[in-house]
Write a protein that binds this ligand. Structure first.
Ligand code: NAD
Length: 456
């Protein structure tokens, strides 16, 4: 189907008001879950083909998150959709005030390739729960997962409700020329700007889930072994191709040597001596990214790792030490299994260096010191993050997930996802038997005095 046709079809479907029924939304979500469950095997095979992701990691970081979001939406959608009564101000009494969560209408979800299922389908769950229709554009870089999502959705749902349009830049550009009522984009900051500009032409609201360099602080008072374990897990998960991965470490100088040793121990423990021979170690998505990444490895600064193999798109877990803020690896988001370690002494200085960069999507800090935690929260703007862990904040759907500034705009997950796809329609309902004379002429001094007295 052509972009224009799909949008027209979905707009007609939305205008039939079928999606306004909570029962209908729940039925679609239940069906969606069942279809995913019935076809799990095919989903595993597709992602294995795309970038060698294991069944366990696919369930842990993709399907479990989608199932959780569907279950939560099924349980809460009725409550989330209920009109919310709010207090009515004096000037409008007698009357009542209500906020209605109104579906935007026909929406577009553009996904990234690195967690192809959850990044594409979790926003779809929110869009359906909120009563929208949705056109889905998965990333063409993960061609097999894109194809299986298209097959499962297009074969099983009314195209007026959900439709997957596969393709790359030309197809996405075509879609972006259409007028949508909401666009939800996950991907790079560079493409985020293109999407934002296209949306502006139609004044379409957007949620942009973008990337960035997420800093991770390690202070001397922390449990170094546990910190290293949680960092190594978060950094090398998915071959480092995670938007919220700890991008670089800021390690206090007093613990530098000990911490590097702990990092190496944990890499060996978690990833094993031979990650190249392991089918649980995720590969780089394509040659372009492989070459981009190996150019970031300064051979003189390798503390551990550095093993690469172009044929299998393998880059082993790599730790770089003695890194300076102006090294090449510190320019852009790494998005691969390379972990640069920077040593710091003065917290104020390092905070101002972090603040001189674009606002990060995530920030992590390992410390029990309340003063340091408060200082970091108070002085650095970032999307979200954790004290004493990495990545795990996004598994709590009570925490809205999203970036700020260059790392994105808007949030999702759980209720925040429902809200991202809903317009807050505010409505005042007045009684007909009373009208305050102060609204009307004559504009006398006395009336002015009364208004001032009420307001001030
Ligand atoms: P990308 O920006 O290259 O692609 C994302 C989507 O945009 C794809 O569907 C692609 O087809 C489309 N696209 C690419 N170029 C386009 C163009 N010129 N015009 C219109 N559409 C275009 O990103 P990616 O490589 O898929 O993902 C990696 C980036 O995404 C990283 O920066 C990462 O940090 C970020 N990311 C962010 C999150 C988050 O939740 N904030 C999650 C995952 C990835």
């Amino acid at each position: 189907m052509k972009a224009l046709e799909i949008v027209k079809h979905q707009r007609d479907f939305f205008n039939s008001h079928k999606t306004k029924s909570i029962q209908y939304r729940k039925e679609q979500l239940k069906r969606f879950k069942q279809i995913l469950k019935d076809n799990e095997q095919e989903l595993y095979v597709a992602i294995q083909k795309d970038f060698g992701k294991s069944v366990y990691e696919t369930y842990e970081t993709e399907l479990s998150i989608i199932y959780h979001e569907i279950n939560l939406a099924l349980k809460k959608v009725k409550c989330w959709s209920k009109p919310k009564r709010v207090r009515t101000n004096l000037a409008n009494l007698p009357g009542t005030s209500c906020i209605y969560s109104d579906p935007y209408g026909t929406t577009l979800v553009i996904g990234a390739w690195n967690y192809p299922y959850q990044l594409t389908l979790v926003p779809v769950v929110s869009a359906i729960a909120a009563g929208n229709t949705v056109v889905v554009k998965p990333s063409e870089l993960a061609a097999n997962t894109s194809a299986i999502m298209a097959k499962l959705i297009n074969d099983n749902f009314d195209h007026g409700l959900m439709y997957v349009k596969e393709g790359g830049i030309p197809e996405t550009t075509d879609l972006l020329e259409q007028k949508f009522d909401k666009i939800f984009f996950t991907g790079s900051t560079k493409v985020g700007k293109i999407v934002y500009q296209a949306a502006a032409k139609h004044l379409t609201p957007v949620t942009l889930e973008l990337g960035g360099k997420s800093p991770t602080f390690i202070f001397p008072d922390t449990n170094l072994k546990m910190a290293a374990k949680r960092i190594v897990w978060g950094k090398f998960l998915n071959g480092g191709q995670t938007c919220v991965a700890p991008d670089y470490l800021l390690v206090h100088k007093d613990i530098q040597e000990r911490f590097l040793k702990e990092l190496k121990n944990q890499v060996l423990k978690i990833q094993g001596e031979n990650p190249k021979g392991s089918d649980a170690y995720v590969r780089i998505i394509n040659k372009a990214n492989f070459h981009r990444l190996i150019a970031l490895i300064d051979k003189d600064k390798i503390y551990y790792g550095g093993e690469t193999d172009e044929d299998s798109l393998f880059i082993g877990p790599t730790i770089l030490h003695s890194i300076n803020v102006d090294d090449k690896v510190m320019e852009d988001e790494i998005f691969g299994p390379i972990l640069p370690v920077i040593t710091f002494d003065n917290l104020d200085e390092v905070i101002s260096k972090v603040n001189s960069r674009p606002k990060p999507l995530s920030l992590y800090a390992f410390t029990a010191n309340k003063k340091i935690k408060r200082k970091i929260l108070n002085e650095i703007s970032f999307g979200g993050g954790c004290f004493n862990d990495t990545i795990m904040h996004l598994t709590n759907s009570n925490l809205p997930f999203g970036g700020v500034g260059n790392s994105g705009t808007g949030n999702y997950h759980g209720k925040a996802g429902f809200d991202a796809f809903s317009h807050q329609k505010s409505v005042l309902s007045k009684a007909m038997w009373f009208e305050p004379f102060l609204k009307y002429r004559p504009y006398t001094k006395l009336n002015m005095k009364i208004i001032r007295w009420i307001i001030e």
